[in-house]
Design a protein around this ligand. Structure first.
Ligand code: PLP
Length: 286
Protein backbone atom coordinates (compact mmCIF):
# COMPACT_ATOMS: atom_id res chain seq x y z
CA UNK A 1 0.00 0.00 0.00
CA UNK A 2 1.37 3.38 -1.00
CA UNK A 3 2.16 5.88 1.78
CA UNK A 4 3.52 9.31 0.87
CA UNK A 5 4.54 12.33 2.90
CA UNK A 6 2.32 15.39 2.70
CA UNK A 7 4.79 18.22 2.32
CA UNK A 8 2.46 21.17 2.81
CA UNK A 9 4.94 24.04 3.35
CA UNK A 10 3.41 25.37 6.59
CA UNK A 11 3.73 21.99 8.35
CA UNK A 12 7.44 22.12 9.08
CA UNK A 13 6.82 25.25 11.18
CA UNK A 14 4.34 23.34 13.30
CA UNK A 15 6.80 20.45 13.77
CA UNK A 16 4.25 17.99 12.44
CA UNK A 17 4.51 14.99 10.20
CA UNK A 18 1.65 13.91 8.01
CA UNK A 19 1.70 10.76 5.93
CA UNK A 20 -0.99 10.03 3.40
CA UNK A 21 -2.35 6.53 2.83
CA UNK A 22 -2.99 6.71 -0.88
CA UNK A 23 -6.03 4.49 -1.38
CA UNK A 24 -6.69 6.67 -4.42
CA UNK A 25 -3.71 4.95 -6.08
CA UNK A 26 -5.02 1.40 -5.54
CA UNK A 27 -6.39 1.22 -9.06
CA UNK A 28 -6.66 3.72 -11.93
CA UNK A 29 -10.47 3.47 -12.08
CA UNK A 30 -11.70 1.47 -9.12
CA UNK A 31 -9.96 3.60 -6.56
CA UNK A 32 -10.20 4.46 -2.90
CA UNK A 33 -12.27 3.10 -0.06
CA UNK A 34 -15.01 1.90 -2.43
CA UNK A 35 -12.51 -0.68 -3.69
CA UNK A 36 -11.92 -1.97 -0.14
CA UNK A 37 -15.64 -2.22 0.59
CA UNK A 38 -16.29 -4.00 -2.70
CA UNK A 39 -13.74 -6.69 -1.88
CA UNK A 40 -16.00 -7.78 0.96
CA UNK A 41 -19.18 -7.55 -1.11
CA UNK A 42 -17.71 -9.47 -4.06
CA UNK A 43 -16.69 -12.23 -1.67
CA UNK A 44 -20.32 -12.48 -0.51
CA UNK A 45 -21.44 -12.54 -4.14
CA UNK A 46 -19.18 -15.49 -4.94
CA UNK A 47 -19.93 -17.47 -1.78
CA UNK A 48 -23.70 -17.22 -2.10
CA UNK A 49 -23.81 -17.86 -5.85
CA UNK A 50 -25.94 -14.85 -6.79
CA UNK A 51 -26.93 -14.30 -10.42
CA UNK A 52 -26.17 -10.57 -10.42
CA UNK A 53 -25.86 -7.43 -8.30
CA UNK A 54 -28.19 -4.48 -7.70
CA UNK A 55 -27.36 -1.26 -5.87
CA UNK A 56 -28.30 2.38 -5.49
CA UNK A 57 -26.56 5.76 -5.51
CA UNK A 58 -26.57 9.36 -6.66
CA UNK A 59 -25.71 10.56 -10.18
CA UNK A 60 -22.06 11.12 -9.12
CA UNK A 61 -21.78 8.11 -6.82
CA UNK A 62 -18.21 6.90 -6.32
CA UNK A 63 -19.68 3.62 -5.14
CA UNK A 64 -21.71 2.96 -8.31
CA UNK A 65 -18.74 3.98 -10.43
CA UNK A 66 -16.42 1.49 -8.74
CA UNK A 67 -19.09 -1.22 -8.65
CA UNK A 68 -19.95 -0.84 -12.35
CA UNK A 69 -16.31 -1.21 -13.32
CA UNK A 70 -15.77 -4.22 -11.02
CA UNK A 71 -18.91 -5.93 -12.41
CA UNK A 72 -17.78 -5.21 -15.96
CA UNK A 73 -14.39 -6.80 -15.25
CA UNK A 74 -15.93 -9.86 -13.59
CA UNK A 75 -18.81 -10.29 -16.06
CA UNK A 76 -21.47 -9.74 -13.38
CA UNK A 77 -24.81 -8.20 -14.48
CA UNK A 78 -25.44 -4.96 -12.57
CA UNK A 79 -28.63 -3.04 -12.09
CA UNK A 80 -27.99 0.47 -10.71
CA UNK A 81 -30.81 2.52 -9.17
CA UNK A 82 -30.36 6.27 -9.58
CA UNK A 83 -32.68 9.12 -8.70
CA UNK A 84 -33.69 11.30 -11.63
CA UNK A 85 -34.32 10.62 -15.30
CA UNK A 86 -32.44 9.44 -18.35
CA UNK A 87 -31.91 12.88 -19.88
CA UNK A 88 -28.42 14.39 -19.65
CA UNK A 89 -26.64 11.56 -17.84
CA UNK A 90 -23.57 12.60 -15.84
CA UNK A 91 -20.07 11.51 -16.83
CA UNK A 92 -20.29 8.99 -13.98
CA UNK A 93 -23.46 7.44 -15.42
CA UNK A 94 -21.99 7.43 -18.93
CA UNK A 95 -19.09 5.38 -17.56
CA UNK A 96 -21.49 2.94 -15.89
CA UNK A 97 -23.42 2.49 -19.14
CA UNK A 98 -20.19 1.99 -21.09
CA UNK A 99 -19.37 -0.78 -18.63
CA UNK A 100 -22.71 -2.45 -19.28
CA UNK A 101 -24.69 -1.45 -16.16
CA UNK A 102 -28.45 -1.21 -16.51
CA UNK A 103 -29.58 2.12 -15.03
CA UNK A 104 -32.99 2.18 -13.32
CA UNK A 105 -34.14 5.75 -12.74
CA UNK A 106 -36.55 6.45 -9.91
CA UNK A 107 -38.34 9.42 -8.36
CA UNK A 108 -39.35 10.15 -4.80
CA UNK A 109 -38.04 8.94 -1.50
CA UNK A 110 -34.70 7.15 -1.66
CA UNK A 111 -35.05 4.89 1.35
CA UNK A 112 -38.55 3.81 0.26
CA UNK A 113 -37.21 3.01 -3.19
CA UNK A 114 -34.21 1.18 -1.73
CA UNK A 115 -36.61 -0.97 0.30
CA UNK A 116 -38.56 -1.99 -2.80
CA UNK A 117 -35.51 -2.45 -5.00
CA UNK A 118 -33.77 -4.65 -2.43
CA UNK A 119 -36.81 -6.96 -2.24
CA UNK A 120 -36.98 -7.11 -6.02
CA UNK A 121 -33.26 -7.96 -6.15
CA UNK A 122 -33.74 -10.74 -3.61
CA UNK A 123 -36.58 -12.21 -5.68
CA UNK A 124 -34.29 -12.30 -8.71
CA UNK A 125 -31.41 -13.84 -6.73
CA UNK A 126 -29.35 -10.69 -7.13
CA UNK A 127 -27.12 -9.46 -4.33
CA UNK A 128 -28.38 -6.11 -3.00
CA UNK A 129 -25.60 -3.70 -1.97
CA UNK A 130 -26.84 -0.69 0.04
CA UNK A 131 -25.86 2.86 -0.87
CA UNK A 132 -22.14 3.55 -0.62
CA UNK A 133 -21.28 -0.15 -0.20
CA UNK A 134 -22.47 0.09 3.39
CA UNK A 135 -22.96 -3.07 5.45
CA UNK A 136 -20.99 -5.77 7.22
CA UNK A 137 -19.30 -7.23 4.12
CA UNK A 138 -18.16 -3.69 3.22
CA UNK A 139 -16.72 -3.20 6.70
CA UNK A 140 -14.96 -6.56 6.53
CA UNK A 141 -13.31 -5.60 3.24
CA UNK A 142 -11.85 -2.53 4.96
CA UNK A 143 -10.86 -4.41 8.13
CA UNK A 144 -8.95 -7.06 6.17
CA UNK A 145 -6.78 -4.49 4.42
CA UNK A 146 -6.10 -2.43 7.57
CA UNK A 147 -5.11 -5.60 9.46
CA UNK A 148 -2.26 -6.01 7.00
CA UNK A 149 -0.86 -2.47 7.52
CA UNK A 150 1.75 -1.67 10.13
CA UNK A 151 0.40 1.50 11.72
CA UNK A 152 2.33 1.38 15.01
CA UNK A 153 4.43 4.48 14.29
CA UNK A 154 1.36 6.75 14.16
CA UNK A 155 -0.24 8.51 17.11
CA UNK A 156 -3.27 9.61 15.16
CA UNK A 157 -5.14 8.40 12.10
CA UNK A 158 -7.65 10.57 10.23
CA UNK A 159 -10.39 9.59 7.80
CA UNK A 160 -13.45 11.20 6.21
CA UNK A 161 -16.84 9.70 7.07
CA UNK A 162 -19.97 9.26 4.96
CA UNK A 163 -21.99 6.16 5.83
CA UNK A 164 -19.28 5.30 8.37
CA UNK A 165 -18.60 1.88 6.82
CA UNK A 166 -14.93 2.64 6.19
CA UNK A 167 -14.38 4.05 9.68
CA UNK A 168 -16.12 1.09 11.35
CA UNK A 169 -14.01 -1.32 9.31
CA UNK A 170 -10.85 0.57 10.33
CA UNK A 171 -11.76 0.71 14.02
CA UNK A 172 -11.90 -3.09 14.12
CA UNK A 173 -8.32 -3.34 12.85
CA UNK A 174 -6.46 -0.39 14.40
CA UNK A 175 -4.71 -0.95 17.77
CA UNK A 176 -6.54 0.83 20.64
CA UNK A 177 -3.42 2.85 21.50
CA UNK A 178 -3.77 4.85 18.28
CA UNK A 179 -6.30 7.68 18.22
CA UNK A 180 -8.68 7.40 15.26
CA UNK A 181 -10.36 10.61 14.07
CA UNK A 182 -13.50 10.50 11.95
CA UNK A 183 -14.20 13.72 10.08
CA UNK A 184 -17.82 13.93 9.05
CA UNK A 185 -18.97 16.49 6.46
CA UNK A 186 -22.42 14.86 6.45
CA UNK A 187 -25.56 14.88 8.52
CA UNK A 188 -27.04 12.50 11.12
CA UNK A 189 -23.98 12.76 13.30
CA UNK A 190 -25.51 11.31 16.42
CA UNK A 191 -27.00 8.27 14.73
CA UNK A 192 -23.69 7.68 12.97
CA UNK A 193 -21.84 7.79 16.27
CA UNK A 194 -24.17 5.17 17.73
CA UNK A 195 -22.99 2.72 15.07
CA UNK A 196 -19.38 3.16 16.29
CA UNK A 197 -20.04 2.33 19.91
CA UNK A 198 -17.76 -0.24 21.49
CA UNK A 199 -15.56 -0.61 18.42
CA UNK A 200 -12.52 1.34 19.67
CA UNK A 201 -11.24 2.96 22.88
CA UNK A 202 -9.77 5.99 21.17
CA UNK A 203 -12.25 7.37 18.67
CA UNK A 204 -12.70 11.10 18.22
CA UNK A 205 -15.59 12.17 16.01
CA UNK A 206 -15.44 15.60 14.36
CA UNK A 207 -18.74 16.78 12.85
CA UNK A 208 -18.01 19.56 10.34
CA UNK A 209 -20.12 22.66 9.88
CA UNK A 210 -21.90 23.45 6.65
CA UNK A 211 -24.11 21.61 4.21
CA UNK A 212 -22.94 18.24 2.89
CA UNK A 213 -21.44 18.61 -0.57
CA UNK A 214 -21.28 22.40 -0.48
CA UNK A 215 -18.48 23.59 -2.74
CA UNK A 216 -17.19 27.05 -1.95
CA UNK A 217 -14.60 29.11 -3.88
CA UNK A 218 -12.26 28.67 -0.87
CA UNK A 219 -12.56 24.89 -1.14
CA UNK A 220 -11.74 24.98 -4.83
CA UNK A 221 -8.74 27.23 -4.13
CA UNK A 222 -7.55 24.84 -1.41
CA UNK A 223 -7.80 21.85 -3.74
CA UNK A 224 -5.94 23.69 -6.44
CA UNK A 225 -3.20 24.88 -4.00
CA UNK A 226 -2.73 21.38 -2.62
CA UNK A 227 -2.22 20.05 -6.08
CA UNK A 228 0.24 22.78 -7.07
CA UNK A 229 2.24 22.69 -3.84
CA UNK A 230 2.19 19.00 -2.96
CA UNK A 231 1.00 17.16 -6.11
CA UNK A 232 -1.82 15.67 -4.07
CA UNK A 233 -5.19 15.47 -5.83
CA UNK A 234 -8.19 15.77 -3.50
CA UNK A 235 -11.91 15.24 -4.08
CA UNK A 236 -14.25 18.10 -3.20
CA UNK A 237 -16.74 16.18 -1.04
CA UNK A 238 -14.63 14.18 1.40
CA UNK A 239 -10.85 14.32 1.20
CA UNK A 240 -10.52 18.09 0.67
CA UNK A 241 -12.70 18.62 3.74
CA UNK A 242 -10.56 16.19 5.75
CA UNK A 243 -7.22 17.68 4.70
CA UNK A 244 -8.47 21.25 5.09
CA UNK A 245 -9.79 20.56 8.58
CA UNK A 246 -6.60 18.79 9.64
CA UNK A 247 -4.47 21.66 8.34
CA UNK A 248 -6.67 24.12 10.19
CA UNK A 249 -6.02 22.23 13.44
CA UNK A 250 -2.29 22.11 12.70
CA UNK A 251 -2.12 25.82 11.97
CA UNK A 252 -3.97 26.63 15.17
CA UNK A 253 -1.64 24.58 17.39
CA UNK A 254 -4.35 22.01 18.14
CA UNK A 255 -2.05 19.08 17.36
CA UNK A 256 0.86 17.95 19.54
CA UNK A 257 4.22 19.16 18.12
CA UNK A 258 6.29 16.29 16.81
CA UNK A 259 3.34 13.89 16.67
CA UNK A 260 2.92 11.58 13.69
CA UNK A 261 -0.31 11.53 11.74
CA UNK A 262 -1.70 9.33 9.00
CA UNK A 263 -4.35 10.87 6.76
CA UNK A 264 -6.34 8.36 4.73
CA UNK A 265 -6.95 9.39 1.13
CA UNK A 266 -10.21 7.60 0.33
CA UNK A 267 -10.15 8.40 -3.41
CA UNK A 268 -13.32 9.68 -5.08
CA UNK A 269 -11.54 11.80 -7.67
CA UNK A 270 -13.94 10.90 -10.49
CA UNK A 271 -16.59 12.92 -8.64
CA UNK A 272 -14.64 16.14 -9.25
CA UNK A 273 -15.98 16.00 -12.81
CA UNK A 274 -19.19 17.41 -11.35
CA UNK A 275 -17.38 20.68 -10.52
CA UNK A 276 -16.51 22.71 -13.61
CA UNK A 277 -13.58 24.47 -11.91
CA UNK A 278 -12.01 21.11 -10.99
CA UNK A 279 -12.90 19.01 -14.00
CA UNK A 280 -9.55 19.53 -15.73
CA UNK A 281 -7.22 20.02 -12.78
CA UNK A 282 -5.77 16.52 -12.81
CA UNK A 283 -4.33 14.84 -15.88
CA UNK A 284 -6.27 11.56 -15.75
CA UNK A 285 -9.56 11.88 -13.98
CA UNK A 286 -11.58 8.74 -14.58
C1 PLP B 1 -17.70 7.23 0.00
C2 PLP B 1 -16.53 8.04 0.38
C3 PLP B 1 -16.21 8.29 1.73
C4 PLP B 1 -17.09 7.84 2.86
O1 PLP B 1 -16.96 6.47 3.12
P1 PLP B 1 -17.98 5.73 4.08
O2 PLP B 1 -17.49 4.34 4.13
O3 PLP B 1 -19.34 5.83 3.43
O4 PLP B 1 -17.98 6.42 5.39
C5 PLP B 1 -15.06 9.00 2.02
N1 PLP B 1 -14.27 9.47 1.03
C6 PLP B 1 -14.56 9.28 -0.28
C7 PLP B 1 -13.66 9.86 -1.29
C8 PLP B 1 -15.69 8.56 -0.65
O5 PLP B 1 -15.97 8.38 -1.94
Amino acid sequence: MHVSKWLKPELSNAGLQADVLRLDLLHPILSGNKWLKLQGWLQTFTEKKYSGIASIGGPWSNHLHALAYACHQAGIPLSAHVKGNAENPTAMLMDCMTWGAEINYYHGDTSAHAGLASKEAEAENRLWIPMGGDGLPGEQGVTEVFHRLNLSSYEQIWVAVGSGTTLRGMLKAIPPTITVNGISPGINHSSLLTTMQGLHDNLVFHPLQGRFGKITPELIQFISDCYTETALPLDAIYTARLFGYWLHLANNSKLKPGSRHLLVHTGGLQGNRSVAALANLYPALQ
